[in-house]
Design a protein around this ligand. Structure first.
Ligand SMILES: O=C[C@H](O)[C@H](O)[C@H](O)COP(=O)(O)O
Length: 223
């Protein structure tokens, strides 16, 4: 799996040009991308990055990739991010690493969003899915009840016996649902619940998905 992640991360470098401001996604595939980016920077590539998580920020610092704040005047030429699942319409399920809010904002405003995944992430939109939902810690059990009233079964994310806290100081609920036919509708319904910060459903955002498989890297264009 890691070979495929490495392969696709390396290939994505071809879309990076000097002078760009890059949205730097999160997750293990993007971690490879950061490594290849730093290799290219040693050869003269000149970019700045906006990280989508504290973990990515730490790694970018480690590699000497210059970072800028996401401010009013910041524009992002290209965001490169991973995904937990990519559906056949190229909508995404993200948030496995808990970085969904910062990722969504940066991926959304980017001129171009390239998603890098290995082929295990490509799925059909049928069957049971678990949607990560970032919620305020305040009253989270009530928010959970409101989400569950929409047909989900939610579990508070706990890692190593400790409640997972997002970079924004919030909790994550992993919400199982039997059918997820209309992602946009599911996202809108969840998002209107008070206490929900955002969902791991990324709809109509992708420009290009790059997929690493045993034959190499293939690409699928979004709308
Ligand atoms: O919150 C985490 C992000 O959405 C990641 O992009 C996603 O989990 C994919 O990570 P990985 O490349 O490690 O599979």
């Amino acid at each position: 799996m890691d070979d495929k992640k490495q392969l696709v991360a390396k290939e994505a470098i071809k879309y990076v040009e000097s002078g760009m401001t890059l949205g730097l996604g999160s997750g293990s595939t993007v971690e490879w991308f950061l490594k290849y980016l730093s290799d290219e920077m040693k050869l003269g590539l000149n970019i700045v990055g906006v990280p989508t998580s504290k973990k990515t920020e730490r790694l970018a610092n480690h590699y000497g990739i210059p970072l800028v704040e996401l401010a009013k005047e910041t524009t992002i030429d290209l965001a490169v991010d991973g995904a937990d699942l990519v559906f056949s319409d190229l909508n995404l399920l993200k948030g496995g690493g808990g970085s969904l809010v910062r990722e969504k904002l940066i991926d959304w405003i980017a001129e171009k969003l390239v998603i890098i995944v290995d082929d295990s992430k490509m799925v059909n939109q049928s069957g049971q899915f678990e949607v990560p939902v970032e919620v305020l810690s305040f009253g989270w059990e009530k928010t959970k009840e409101l989400i569950e009233a929409q047909g989900y079964t939610c579990q508070l994310r706990v890692i190593n016996d400790e409640t997972f806290i997002s970079d924004n100081g919030n909790f994550i609920l992993d919400c199982k649902v039997d059918k997820l036919y209309d992602l946009n509708r599911a996202h809108i319904y969840l998002k209107q619940i008070t206490g929900v910060v955002d969902t791991g459903l990324f709809v109509n955002m992708v420009d290009l998905v790059m997929i690493g498989d045993k034959h190499g890297v293939r690409e699928m264009n979004g709308s």
